[in-house]
Write a protein that binds this ligand. Structure first.
Ligand SMILES: [Zn+2]
Length: 186
């Protein structure tokens, strides 16, 4: 399978070898692109098709986002951006972002896992969008807005400025946002 970017009017294949699929048409024995997009020459099914590129809502620098923590490594947390604050459009581009240990808090963070854990939802600010999306939660309004108990998965409640599991009667450490629990995230 061969893939490349094509523009409308471009000859993408010959009709002897391929039939026109989505985003292409046939004329004079040639398959022509009718849209700009990604050309796929499916040699197995002998179909040529062009998949248009979607307009992308990408997180930009200074955007505030809600993101779920998907992995915690020694120097960073991997996040999946769920939404951009104030943006009604869905994010259709790259949603993976990283939160580096040095960008978590203004206070010293010993380990990433002492500030965020897999499954937490954080409010963060985008500090860089190219070539990869980088986040920060240093500001007091940024940090974890929803977290579950590592033992029983109950939603942790805010108690004495810490997170507490009423089921297990124990505290868990996080870098929490100043309005923890007040954000409507499902
Ligand atoms: Zn618990």
């Amino acid at each position: 399978m061969e893939e490349k970017f094509v523009v409308p009017g471009e000859i993408v294949a010959i009709a002897e070898e391929f039939v026109p699929g989505k985003g292409t048409y046939e004329t004079d024995g040639k398959i022509i692109a009718s849209e700009a997009g990604h050309l796929t020459l499916d040699t197995k099914n002998r179909v040529a098709l062009v998949t248009p590129r979607n307009p992308i809502t990408e997180p930009k620098k200074k955007d505030r986002v809600l993101a779920a923590i998907t992995d915690v490594k020694s120097s960073m947390a991997i996040c999946d951006i769920l939404s951009i604050e104030g943006a009604t459009r869905q994010i259709t581009g790259e949603t993976e972002a990283t939160l580096h240990v040095s960008s978590i808090s203004s206070q010293y963070v010993e380990t990433v896992g002492s500030a965020v854990r897999v499954g937490d939802v954080i409010r963060a600010e985008v500090t860089q969008s190219e070539p990869s999306t980088q986040l920060t939660t240093v500001n007091g309004h940024l940090g974890v807005v929803l977290a579950h108990c590592g033992r029983c998965r109950s939603v942790l409640k805010l108690k004495d400025k810490s997170l507490y599991c009423e089921e297990c009667e124990r505290y868990e450490k996080r870098k929490i946002a100043d309005d923890y629990g007040g954000v409507g995230v499902a």
